[in-house]
Design a protein around this ligand. Structure first.
Ligand code: UT7
Length: 332
């Protein structure tokens, strides 16, 4: 039976580094608070106006193709996961296809925030298994820095996020010992307003008003404690579910590459699953939360550093806005 293999991974972050101390010059926060509560030391921001999520994705896709030994022209489908698309419409996937010189190649945008990579992976896996496409570029990319509130009111959210992109180039293999083993995804919209960006919104006429701007409804808002509670319950739950369904014990795992929302959340998830701390990958210290890009960015780096190797069994859990959550089990 055909399986979906990770042919190559790639990532890109813009060169501008913003430290916690840099943020503390703009609003009331401190390096100590941010590191203690989240583990974040610095994040990357686009260096100038006019760089969108699709721009960050271009070098990430090129790197994934290079690592796979596949020409960019061979990509026959794009899946683009982001909560910060270049424009309201059309989606960033079509912009990426154009920038890569892929006219006619279908491009699907996925709007599932921190779980976007897992949602995209389940779709790509189904497409590839049924023979629909052979070279799927699954991208997660975000430009958060143009959409966060650099004042005291927005500090809880603003310190968390960073810009970045990553790509998994996926394709079929007959080798049943490698590739995507399983992906489980969930959603519960009753938590939609616990972490959201309300305006501009098509349900209001007009979609954007001066009052909305004055009332700060144009910035992301989060009930941090509630999201923390859900994340630390749902990530272990879905991880156990996917492991049990596939007869895998936590001791069989070589690595856990979780969504990078908060180092404390991921340490807690590791402890709850009884996974040794050195098997849990963290790179949030350097990038903050890059949302849809965070899992593929962490995986791509782990491969580059030789920490994730061919044949490794890897668990990738995520939780985020929606609420959405899930876990993937993959043999590299
Ligand atoms: O990827 C999407 C999913 N997102 C997440 O998973 C995030 C989940 N939530 C969290 O990671 C945590 O809730 C945060 C890191 C966001 C916040 O940590 P917390 O321990 O839950 O802090 P808190 O929101 O309860 O705030 C504690 C205090 C408050 O002050 P008072 O009321 O105790 O005086 C906040 O005003 O910390 C204050 N605070 C800050 N202080 C300095 C909030 N943000 C900041 C800040 N700098 N940036």
């Amino acid at each position: 039976m055909t399986r979906t293999a990770f042919l190559g991974m790639g990532h890109y972050v813009p060169p501008k580094v913003v430290t916690n101390d840099d943020l503390a010059k703009m609003f009331d926060t401190s390096d100590e608070w941010i590191q203690q509560r989240t583990g974040i030391k610095e994040r990357h921001y686009i260096e100038k106006d006019g760089i969108g999520a699709s721009d960050l994705a271009v070098p990430a896709v090129q790197m994934a193709c290079k690592n796979a030994g596949v020409d960019v022209a061979e990509i026959d489908a794009i899946i683009f996961a982001t909560l910060s698309p270049d424009y309201n419409f059309p989606g960033s996937g079509v912009l990426l296809g154009d920038k890569l010189g892929l006219p006619g190649v279908p491009a699907l945008d996925v709007r599932n925030q921190c779980s976007g990579f897992l949602y995209g992976l389940q779709v790509a896996d189904a497409w590839i298994k049924c023979g629909m496409y052979k070279r799927v570029a699954l991208v997660g990319a975000e430009v958060h820095s143009t959409g966060i509130d650099f004042t005291d009111e927005g500090r809880d959210v603003t310190v968390l996020f960073g810009d970045g992109a990553a790509c998994a180039l996926l394709g079929p293999t007959d080798d049943e010992t490698v590739g995507v083993v399983d992906v489980e995804i969930h959603a519960d919209g009753s938590g939609a307003q616990e972490l959201w960006l309300e305006a501009p919104a098509s349900k209001y006429m007009p979609r954007l008003t001066h009052e909305m701007i004055d009332d700060r409804r144009v910035w992301p808002a989060m009930n941090g404690r509630q999201v923390f509670r859900w994340a630390t319950a749902k990530m272990p739950e879905v991880s156990r579910s996917v492991l049990e369904r596939n007869g895998v014990a936590t001791a069989d795992l070589d690595l856990v590459v979780p969504h990078q929302a908060n180092k404390r959340i991921n340490e807690f998830v590791g402890e709850k699953l009884e996974i040794p701390a050195d098997k849990v990958v963290h790179n949030i210290q350097r990038y903050g939360n890059t949302t849809a890009a965070s899992i593929p960015l962490a995986l791509s780096e782990a491969i580059q550093e030789g920490r994730a190797k061919k044949g490794d069994l890897i668990l990738m859990p995520a939780f985020g806005s929606g609420f959405t959550w899930g876990a993937a089990l993959v043999r590299l």
